[in-house]
Ligand binder design. Sequence first.
Ligand code: FAD
Length: 484
Amino acid sequence: MTEQTPIIYWYRQDLRTHDLPGLLQAAQSGRPVLPVFILDDDTPGQWRLGSASRWWLHHSLAALTNELSDLGGRLILKRGNAQKVLQDLLDETGADSVYCSRSYTPWAVKQEEALHTTLSRSGFVFKRFAGALLFEPGSVLTQTGQPYKVFTPFWRACRNLPAPPSPRALSSDICWHSYDDEALTLDALSLLPQEPDWAASWSDLWTPGSAGAEKALDNFLAEQVIHYSEGRDHPAMKATSHLSPHLAFGEISPRVVWQRSLHCSEAFPERRAHVDKFLSELGWREFSYQLLVHFPHIPEKPFKGQFEAFPWLGSQQTLRQWQTGNTGYPIVDAGMRELWATGYMHNRVRMVVASFLSKHLLTHWREGENWFWDTLVDADLASNACSWQWVAGSGADASPYFRIFNPVAQGEKFDKEGTYTRRWVPELSQMPNKYLHKPWEATAEVLQDANVCLGETYPNPIVDHRAAREAALAAYGSIRNNEQ
Ligand code: FAD
């Protein structure tokens, strides 16, 4: 190794330059750095990057290319089995090291272990750096050395730990490796939808990349955080940060979010309680990751073993009605249509639609998890799997199974004026508030005045709430005694 031996920085879900420990260390070595992103579709079957995530990734890579170019570097794009591509790049460039951020998804962990073994055997250096989380899984354990299975003590333990390290910037005088061989263009990765381009309007909604993430955080702390504690449950209010896709793609470091949020609460003490609530939501992301690391079967199998025997019933037809927002329950349909139209759904509504699928339609939570994986721009293996299991009742610290969300009551409570529901279910836009969340209770006259013809312009409910609730409780009753 000489001062001129390049280091490869392997980008994955950490598409930023600021506060990226591996890139920082590579830069500080003074040796030339070669940043590379590899589109590796060799991930296990259903966890191949989803369609909405691909749209995001395309734009995020474009933003990262510009960010690196402003620093004088060039992002190299490749496609294929990451292990093989990295090995080839080491041979071609004469590099002797690969640095990357540590990943926590089960297949990425295996891939990193395999790379570590093969590269070290051939005399190369393979280094992983923490950077995706505030607290490394394994550093937060109970007094008996076990992973936490309940959120509140987990988060209390996190908050009692020394604060996460302060974010660190990259200096602008990095030495880059010039790579003259063939690299792919962004378009050649074919990440964007074609015929039809269902994401045509998404660029008006989202700004993927670090600059977009910084702006979202700044706006949130300046304007929305003051309403966060109550507002976060109301889908018509823009009271949450919309940082989730930026965090999922690592465009902003959670340590930056943490530090700026604390500065905000120091500068404006009246915002402290809201900032604390916001940080505890980030805590759920941490909790989900530590569950995934300690219980890597979570995306596929119930955390609570007795749910293995749960008598799921759901049909393809009702699944399709749920996916397309045609269940006849307005708040559920609004959420599913928001998801399809924007790649995002408000958290409260995610809980309502997930409960409806797993409890009212008795459809396996994995069907919902898969649909979200494909359609969410913030699809994240840990948060998605843990949240689905939480709602379905089979997860760690899950809401009890017998607590079944009533979609009418949820709509009336959290979208009282109907602004959100009317936006996404325009065929009900003229329904009076009294019947908006239960149009089947309206008289023929009210329906006619609102231009609604149930079964024609808007579906009748696909299940009766009371009967569905009874059926769900009976199904749960059949496995309750298997409790471990
Ligand atoms: P904010 O309220 O501003 O929260 C700040 C950040 O905290 C979020 O960006 C996110 O990173 C994190 N966060 C907030 N709530 C949760 C939570 N319950 N679990 C884990 N992290 C959380 N979130 C994802 O990022 N990816 C997913 O694939 C995902 N799937 C979900 C599936 C279901 C069924 C449910 C009920 C929730 C899911 N969530 C998921 C969690 C949550 O809905 C989103 O993180 C949140 O709505 C994102 O909006 P925001 O950035 O404005 O959130």
